[in-house]
Design a binder for this molecule. Structure first.
Ligand code: SAH
Length: 220
């Protein structure tokens, strides 16, 4: 039944390659994961391998495949990396990170999405992803520090708690609101200057994206 989407997935991978995604591990993960299953409206399944966002309930969306690929590539996941994701949503980005070998923790603030995505990811065989219902602004201090942190919603600011929970040399990949109504994709690296024992944050800026907002607190 799944084979009918096999060719569409390969076409999506080629499209992402043409758009500049070069990380073969990321492309391989996207070539493997049944994205249609992450989209609740089955009438939309035939479009699931187009570079589009779709509704997943609770007024949220599954990110564009290009966005997922771009953020995943920026994270440079090595097998065993401890990774924190803010915004589990449909679980698609989480599945990509798990395929890349991340030891993943993911937080979702919408209870209905959390309740749905937890059993769904397990049903696909992603049994080792740790999912939490909570406010991602606070991170997961009991499991810190993380090698990498990814935010998958539009952040109005850089959450201080998340910078704190990052390992030295680790990355935070964050779509940060700009003045144009979109987000600048940033990769922030935590650096320790040994001479002065001072922590600094190196910022790299990439292209612009459009995400749903990162909101404070939890929703029932
Ligand atoms: N990674 C998801 C993207 C879903 S959209 C996917 O692949 O489908 C972004 C998600 O971030 C939404 O589900 C939204 O509810 C969630 N979100 C927004 N603010 C949050 C916060 N403070 N903490 C946790 N999740 C948050």
């Amino acid at each position: 039944m799944d084979h009918k989407y096999h060719r569409r997935r390969k076409e999506l991978v080629e499209e992402l390659r043409n758009k500049g995604i070069q990380d073969e591990n990321v492309l391989e993960a996207i070539g493997k994961i049944p994205r249609h299953k992450f989209i609740p409206d089955t009438a939309l399944h035939k479009y699931a391998y187009e570079n589009k966002a779709f509704p997943i309930g609770a007024e949220q969306t599954i990110s564009h495949p290009y966005t997922v690929a771009f953020q995943s590539q920026l994270l440079q996941i090595k097998p065993g990396d401890k990774v924190l994701e803010i915004g589990t949503g449909s679980g698609y980005q989480a599945a990509v990170l798990a395929e890349l070998g991340a030891k993943l923790y993911s937080i979702e603030r919408q209870k209905t999405l959390f309740d749905k995505t937890s059993p769904f990811l397990k049903s696909l065989g992603y049994t080792k992803i740790s999912l939490y219902y909570g406010d991602g602004y606070l991170g997961k201090p009991i499991f810190a520090p993380f090698d990498k942190i990814i935010i998958t919603a539009a952040a109005p600011e850089i959450p201080k708690a998340l910078l704190k929970q990052l390992k030295i040399g680790g990355f935070l990949v964050i779509p940060l609101n700009n003045n144009e109504g979109t987000q600048d994709m940033l990769r922030i690296t935590k650096v320790l200057f040994e001479e002065t024992n001072e922590l600094r944050f190196k910022k790299e800026q990439f292209e612009q994206f459009a995400f749903v907002p990162m909101l404070k607190g939890k929703n029932k």
